[in-house]
Design a protein around this ligand. Structure first.
Ligand code: FAD
Length: 462
């Protein structure tokens, strides 16, 4: 078997004519921008950030407290960043997978798993209740092994393990050596349509949503908060910061996350013959099992979305539109695509894009408050926040209300991750980790650096 990471040359021609735009945002269903807020305002709850974390918070706030005056401000457009750029894998996991969650919180992992499944059920129920048309299908995810040492990760002795023949019967790829289909723990969505639907649902419940309104400063004043934006001043009793990898007004969260760019391609729509040639039921997504893994799925309009593998950190925690178009990464992704599906030779990519992930040293979101309990935040989803953002919204609302709940009692909610070091140490550490993980993918062996990180609780085992 050829290793899909080393074989062949990049079919650069497949990228010719592709547009640098997220597939999900390139849609005529995209609503017109809402007006910015200007002048002086006064609200009960100010939510900053119009991605899933902010949208779920605004909607849950009025569902929990009907009549509350809630204002959501987004500096750019709703769903413009990670929320409108992701793979649309809406997973039950709150901890970026079982092994990460179980190793960090062994005593409460079963509760976290149960809460995650309930959260996914409630997302499904909410989408149904508001009639949000976002292609939600709960077909699960197929994990595949493409290298011999990855087969063991899929637990060959447990029920549900698929050998090479069985997994290739499910999806026709010559690279698959084994698989496991977790049917209930993941749904696929069109994330932008979900976000636009959540914004409309929140508005239907009385939330005010403003775009092109950027928070510049947030401070405590009297028994409330004063937020300065690029267009005015907002007085709020409470605030939620849902700003992902972007610089937070709270210094304390800045050291705990680094922005990492993730890159994605989407093909032109597949014909009936092409779909038949891959033999893939579009209700489930697929991910392979390396540290540097690909995630891929069929979209509601029959394209294959193909992302992941080459996550890139830019020196100095840099976030810059110049990082969006990374030719070498797109070529590697295209090469791996055709190794996986050689029967699709000749198909072209119509879209290429990237987005910023808020990576934390524990690889899942962390939570906290500031301004003497008046401001709450949740960041650090590390690329798995489509589903977990709704759970995070309820955690933040619990914290602001000072409520003792099954969520706020969790060690996962109370504990904070170790911060990243300043530059140049962050860049050096991330580069060595990345190199070591790629090496482990090739050899199946964890080197001294990764084993040291494991001992410090900083290791990631995908
Ligand atoms: C390429 C890619 C693929 C991914 N794939 C998946 C996947 O398949 N499954 C999954 O679960 N997760 C995935 N993720 C992660 C997932 O998209 C996010 O965790 C999730 O959407 C939650 O995002 P968020 O709301 O926290 O952040 P965002 O969507 O980034 O929203 C934060 C918003 O805050 C705004 N903002 C920041 N600062 C300010 C300010 N000062 N004032 C006003 N507004 C401000 C930003 O403009 C932004 O719109 C992926 C991410 C990327 C980038």
């Amino acid at each position: 078997m050829t290793d899909i990471r080393t074989a062949g040359s990049a079919p650069a021609s497949s990228l010719e004519g592709s547009e640098l735009v997220p597939l999900w945002l390139d849609n005529e269903a995209r609503p017109a921008p809402r007006a910015a807020v200007t002048g002086e305002r006064s609200v009960d709850l100010l939510v900053v950030g119009g991605g899933f974390t902010g949208l779920w918070t605004a909607l849950r706030a009025v569902e929990r407290d009907p009549g509350a005056r809630v204002l959501l401000i987004e500096g750019d457009r709703i769903a413009e960043h990670a929320t409108g750029r992701n793979g649309g894998f809406c997973e039950a996991s709150l901890t970026h997978g079982e092994s990460n969650g179980r190793s960090r919180w062994p005593d409460e992992y079963d509760s976290l798993h149960e809460l995650g499944l309930r959260n996914l059920d409630e997302i499904e129920e909410t989408i149904g209740r508001y009639g949000i048309d976002c292609g939600f299908v709960r077909g699960g995810v197929l994990a595949v092994a493409t290298r011999a040492h990855e087969v063991a990760y899929l637990e060959p002795d447990e029920p549900g393990f698929l050998g090479a023949e069985a997994v290739r019967d499910l999806v026709a790829s010559p690279t698959y050596l084994a698989g496991r289909h977790e049917a209930d723990e993941c749904a696929l969505v069109d994330p932008a349509r979900l976000a636009w639907g959540l914004a409309a649902a929140a508005e239907s419940q009385g939330v005010q949503v403003a775009e092109h309104t950027r928070l510049v400063d947030l401070r405590r004043e009297g028994d409330g908060l004063v937020a300065r934006t690029d267009g005015g001043t907002i007085r709020a009793r409470r605030a939620v910061l849902a700003t992902n990898a972007f610089p937070s007004p709270l210094r304390r969260t800045r050291w705990s996350i680094v922005p990492v760019y993730d890159y994605v391609l989407a093909t032109e729509p597949l014909t009936d013959e092409q779909l038949a040639a891959v033999r893939w039921d579009p209700t489930f997504g697929i991910s392979d099992s390396g540290n540097q893994f690909h995630y891929y799925r069929i979209t509601p309009d029959r394209r294959i979305l193909w992302g992941g593998y080459d996550a890139v950190y830019h020196f100095g925690r840099s976030i810059d539109p110049d990082h969006d178009d990374r030719r070498e990464t797109f070529e590697v992704l295209a090469e791996h695509f055709f190794e996986t599906f050689p029967q699709l030779a000749g198909i072209r990519f119509s879209h290429r894009w990237s987005g910023v992930i808020d990576t934390s040293t524990r690889f899942c979101a962390f939570f906290g408050t500031a301004h003497r309990g008046r401001t709450a935040y949740a960041v650090g989803f590390t690329g798995l926040g489509v589903g977990a953002s709704r759970f995070a919204a309820d955690v933040m609302l619990d914290l602001l209300a000072g409520e003792d709940t099954e969520r706020t009692r969790l060690a996962m909610v109370k504990e904070r991750p170790l911060p990243f070091p300043p530059e140049p140490f962050a860049w050096f550490g991330i580069s060595v980790t990345r190199w070591s993980m790629a090496r482990e993918d090739r050899t199946g062996r964890r080197n001294l650096w990764l084993r040291t990180l494991d001992r410090l609780g900083l290791g990631f085992d995908s």
